[in-house]
Design a protein around this ligand. Structure first.
Ligand code: M7G
Length: 326
């Protein structure tokens, strides 16, 4: 997985004498969260294939009560630029088995070549805990009428904070991470690396474009009026990614989620070769298809039935069950 010249340049620019800016930032985050004091309550989900584990933990606060946290630990992909260093600098190579020409080992690496990406949600709400807990899933077919009578009232009754979105738009958080901005209040957006991407390799490239305009909850709200916004996101987003990371538009999967987790319109940009979480057919809607559909019919997304999966514990599933729609 080659590091693009542009990614390399950007990384080198950010590197200081005592390590990378990234590692300094992580250090600051780590010092803000007492990882060693986390008492693990439950493994919410894990995947041996993806080398990721989602933990529900608690940290004791001043009054001795536990405050909930979600901690996600993920082994990061290898970086080609580090391979020779990794082979040279390993601290131990322990033989596991040997048979004819075949052998397996445990390779022990120095800490700087053996990082674990750690994502913390703290304090975490019950909804965060539910979001990461593995549960059975059910497919819902939501008609336009279902959206109005079941889903929309449900979304309006919820209070899943999108403060993090406003913080990005208002430059109160992650301002130094913004890759590109079109400041137009109606047809502009901010392009920023997703929480899930450490920007160290292009294989798992993941950015999100967050529109400036407030009040567009999801795909369901889109009409032909939003075409300028969507076309800007598509064109300018791809151009900005090409310029910054050297990844061509034809190598990107650009899509919206339905249902999203956060009801403020945003578009996902991932590497085409990356099987990103949430890019399955029952959740991802290609931006190019969305634009095309809106050009054919301005009210396409108010009319059509949209299919999505809900976990067994999700309150919205209960609403569909109560309405006899599942
Ligand atoms: P979504 O489709 O609403 O839901 O996408 P999902 O999280 O179930 O995919 C929201 C996207 O925003 C996801 O890809 C998140 O990883 C990303 N994201 C979430 N938060 C809280 C942040 C954040 O604070 N900063 C950034 N940069 N990305 C975030």
């Amino acid at each position: 997985m080659a590091e693009s010249p542009l990614l390399k340049k950007k990384r080198e620019e950010k590197e200081g004498e005592n390590g990378t800016a990234e590692s300094q930032k992580e250090g600051a985050t780590a010092s803000g969260f007492p990882l060693a004091d986390l008492s693990v309550q439950k493994v919410l989900r894990e995947s041996a294939r993806d080398k990721i584990i989602f933990l529900h933990g608690q940290v004791n606060n001043d009054s001795g009560d536990g405050t909930d946290a979600v901690v996600i630990l993920e082994k990061t992909p290898f970086q080609e630029k580090n391979i020779s260093e990794l082979l040279k600098k390993h601290t131990k190579l322990q033989l596991q088995m040997s048979n004819d020409i075949y052998s397996t080992y445990h390779l022990y690496l120095p800490p700087e070549l053996n990082e674990v990406k750690t994502t913390v949600v703290y304090p975490a709400t019950e909804k965060h805990l539910q979001k990461y807990l593995r549960r059975e899933v059910y497919l819902i077919q939501e008609t336009g009428a279902d959206y109005k009578t079941i889903t929309l009232p449900f979304i309006d009754s919820q209070s899943f904070s999108i403060q993090w979105v406003y913080n990005i738009l208002e430059k109160k958080a992650e301002a130094d991470r913004i890759i590109y901005e079109n400041p137009d209040p109606a047809s502009g957006f901010v392009l920023i690396p997703d929480l899930k991407w450490d920007q160290k390799q292009l294989d798992d490239l993941y950015l999100i474009a967050i529109c400036h305009c407030r009040g567009i909850k999801s795909l369901r709200d889109l009409t032909a009026d939003h075409l300028p916004l969507l076309k800007n996101i598509s064109k300018e987003g791809k151009e900005a990614i090409l310029k910054r990371y050297g990844a061509a538009g034809a190598q990107l999967r650009v899509y919206l989620h339905y249902q999203p987790s956060y009801y403020h319109l945003h578009v996902h940009f991932t590497s085409l070769g990356y099987d990103a979480p949430g890019c399955s057919v029952e959740r991802a809607h290609l931006l190019s298809d969305v634009i095309d559909n809106l050009e054919l019919d301005s009210h396409y997304y108010q009319k059509r039935t949209l299919t999505f999966a809900l976990r067994a514990d999700e309150a919205l599933l209960k609403k569909f069950q109560e309405a006899g729609r599942v």
